[in-house]
Design a binder for this molecule. Sequence first.
Ligand code: SF4
Ligand code: SF4
Length: 364
Amino acid sequence: MAVLKSVVLRGIKRTFKTAGGRRKIPLVAGHKLLYRCNLTCDMCPFWRRTDEKLLGLEEEIKIMDSLVRAGVLFYGFEGGEPLLRRDLPEILEESHKRFHTSLVTNGWLLKNRIREIRDSLEFLFVSLDGIGSLHDRLRGANGSFARAVEGIRASRLSGLNVAISFTITRENMHQVEEMVHLARNLGVGINFQPAFNYSTAGALSPYGAKLLGALSKLLDLKKAGAPIVNSQDYFRSVINSWYHGVHWTCKPWLTINIDPSGRVVMPCYVLQEYSSDFDKPVWDLDILSFWNTYDWERYEKCNKCALSCYAEPSLFSWTKRATVKDFILDAIIFYAEKTFRGSREGEKEAIVDDLARTRLPIIN
Ligand code: SF4
Ligand code: SF4
């Protein structure tokens, strides 16, 4: 329960910083550690970028310290493929001292590196976009489904909290229910979000009656207790916005996104996909004063994307019982179960030792 305690304590401090909700303070931070990737997913713009500039551990720590000062509680690392970085374990270790820390990976290298990162993570997301050959085709690499599933199994055996991250495209939306069954069989959660048609990516964004059917099915499964990470409100809000013209209020200021070179991507990484408003790295920025002078209002009705890292924090409200249950009570139950369930350390160590033997093809 230590993780909950530290998040709760930092949350109380953060509440004071907001001055009773009058000041805007980022709650969640997402950081692309690199754009490079070992896969070439059709719907992804990031592996195609050529302007990557990586930071070292010292600068990564400077980012973290500035985020702590700004009041961030949750820090998520993504890419590109973060496991390509040799210094990832050190970066995660530093993050773990300061934040509730999560990582998104495509799972290709996960089985081999799980031992190095497992103790520094509160949550791990592994991307899977279909069953078997469909996933391999969308990811551009044969064997990527099998490797990701092996990585998920190894992570579960390491005692990590794991969820599948599923990007809904027009190619895979018929498999959403099968994916929920897969998650249940693997003993992990699953998070869904519709693909966004980035400028340089394949236009795979889903739409129409089929997407409505998939989102409605997921809402029903969630209500019936399936291990779906998204809140019920997420599915309801996306359906209401895209099919009934009732917008949800986007609050991109709750999520601060930082590019590989340490710059803040404003107002969100969807709208500033290929540029940054600032040349300054985040550690040279007075985040709070900038956050409270920026014109956020014009994005409130945007609803262009349904990225859960922006939508879910925007939708949370203490006055909505279902969201409090989905975000707070379920999380407490989840961590309590994990703490009191205990662990079979001997068995875990043997498997992780076995998995760690292969030499790793990593950069940096
Ligand atoms: S694995 Fe992730 S970062 Fe890599 S190409 Fe696919 S979506 Fe992009
Ligand atoms: S809904 Fe619009 S403003 Fe909000 S995160 Fe998506 S693209 Fe950005």
